[in-house]
Design a protein. Structure first.
Length: 286
């Protein structure tokens, strides 16, 4: 059996993470045809088919699934070795975006680890909703963003965050008909999630509060003005998670991804933070 080359494994993991050859190409700084060639070399080396293409994207075969775990561990060790010898030399700036929901629970631990390794890298952090962060990445106003995916090819999938109905234990708002709800802006995935769930139930509702901030949503619930749909990670302990026993239906989870701008391709600081986000948050969510 041939030795497994790092470049082959990088292309393999990138295709799995992004779902297609075309999406993987900028992640590994190669053309689509070059990525395809690297995969063919890897499959020849192991003597097994690793990926098959369905109607929309590349799918792992059972052998591909088996190799993926080894590939991630090999690449993690490779990155760790590089960081030991070259981490202190890294300098530059990263423009990073994250919604309020995910900042404390998911991003803060990663940034602490990153700062310990790369103290000379400057990070500019913007907290906004995903609907605002996504176009900023596409305009190259930001380098990286942690976002709720609006479609399956947006960035590199990290995990699925549960969505929950939330109310104040001091008020039985959920009993009211029509149900008063607090929502984010009209393009928000959380708003769409809430309204779809109520529509499937055939339950009447009225939007009584609009706010683009997490703090605004929480304030509306605390005051007894409405119930809201929030990511589970952002629910304060003093609020109540509502469910079927309160007459509220299930909610689709959010697909959380790290999304990278094209202009940041080739930036070593962005490469390192992107890799750490994928490595840390995928592990944390499993």
């Amino acid at each position: 059996m041939q030795d497994l080359q790092i470049d082959w494994l990088k292309c393999f993991v990138a295709v799995v993470d992004t779902g297609s050859l075309s999406n993987a190409a900028p992640e590994v700084h190669r053309s689509q045809s070059a990525v395809s060639m690297q995969l063919k070399k890897l499959e020849a080396a192991v003597g097994r088919q690793l990926l098959v293409r369905d109607a929309r994207q590349q799918q792992l075969t059972p052998d591909g699934q088996l190799l993926l775990g080894y590939a991630r561990r090999i690449l993690d060790l490779h990155n760790d070795a590089q960081q030991v010898f070259h981490g202190d030399e890294l300098t530059g700036r990263i423009r990073l975006g994250v919604p309020d929901d995910y900042a404390a629970r998911y991003l803060t631990p990663v940034l602490k680890r990153f700062a310990l390794r790369y103290g000379a890298v400057e990070i500019e952090l913007d907290c906004e909703q995903s609907t605002l962060l996504i176009p900023r990445i596409e305009r190259n106003d930001l380098d990286l963003a942690l976002v709720s995916r609006d479609h399956a090819r947006r960035g590199t999938l990290l995990f699925h965050e549960p969505m929950v109905w939330v109310g104040s234990p001091q008020f039985d708002i959920w009993r009211r008909d029509p149900l008063p709800i607090a929502t984010y802006e009209s393009t928000s995935l959380a708003r769409r999630c809430a309204i779809n769930s109520l529509a499937l139930q055939g339950r009447d509702y009225r939007v009584v509060y609009n706010s683009s901030s997490l703090a605004g949503q929480i304030a509306a619930v605390e005051s007894g003005l409405a119930v809201a749909v929030l990511t589970r990670c952002s629910v304060p302990e003093h609020l109540e998670i509502l469910g079927a026993e309160h007459g509220l239906g299930p909610l689709e989870p959010m697909a959380v991804a790290v999304y990278r701008s094209r202009a940041s391709q080739g930036s070593q600081p962005v490469d390192r933070l992107h890799g750490l986000l994928v490595k840390t948050l995928r592990v944390a969510a499993t």
